[in-house]
Design a protein around this ligand. Structure first.
Ligand SMILES: [Fe+2]
Length: 199
């Protein structure tokens, strides 16, 4: 056992923060291009640049077999009909899997295969555990009306690949339909937005 490693931290499950760790905030402007409804995005940005989510991680161990973990908090809200969400990512080391554990709020995880053909929407809420397989794009989404808090645990060498998502985004969106979250193909939702704009 290497006692030089950080063996203990404490999580504030309401704040979604690992105590004593610096918190990184992602604001709306950091998610440019990721929400489907660009007009709604521009309007929300004009009204302010709200924090969409925050993360704080324990990522000091870097040996073979080591683990990293990070806490996250996604604020409640929507851009147009699309719920507040993380950027989403692949792992830079693609085979790396990850385990998410929910603490508070009502969320879902959008999981997609690289070609976008396989998709799963998995609940992430208090006392639920989600296994994200390797080679899978994953995005966390707050579908409730209070902050969603969770942690993710992943191999130290996993890394984050946000670039692929920035280029092609997810093939699916999670949007509100009659007060409930619904999984839709992005292209179908974009058509709906275009039709509504013409009306
Ligand atoms: Fe991840």
């Amino acid at each position: 056992m290497e006692l030089t490693k950080e063996l203990f931290t404490r999580l504030d499950p309401t704040a979604g923060v690992i105590e004593g760790k610096s918190v990184s905030a992602r604001r709306l402007s950091d998610l440019k291009g990721l929400f489907a409804d660009e007009a709604a995005f521009d309007q929300a940005l004009q009204e302010g640049d709200p924090v969409i989510y925050e993360t704080s991680g324990v990522e000091s161990a870097s040996g073979e077999g080591d683990l990293h973990y990070a806490a996250g908090k996604i604020l409640p809200g929507k851009i147009g009909r699309e719920y507040f969400m993380t950027k989403g990512h692949y792992h830079a080391w693609k085979p790396a899997a990850e385990v998410y554990i929910g603490f508070q709020g009502r969320g879902v995880m959008l999981l997609e295969s690289e070609d976008g053909r396989q998709v799963e929407l998995v609940p992430l809420e208090a006392n639920s555990i989600v296994y994200v397989p390797g080679n899978t794009a994953h995005r966390t989404i707050n579908i409730g009306d209070e902050p969603l808090t969770y942690i993710g645990i992943y191999p130290a060498r996993a890394g984050h690949d946000y670039g692929s998502i920035a280029v092609k985004n997810f093939a699916h969106v999670v949007v509100e339909v009659d007060g409930e979250p619904r999984l839709m193909k992005r292209e179908d939702f974009l058509k709906e937005i275009a039709i509504n704009k013409e009306l």
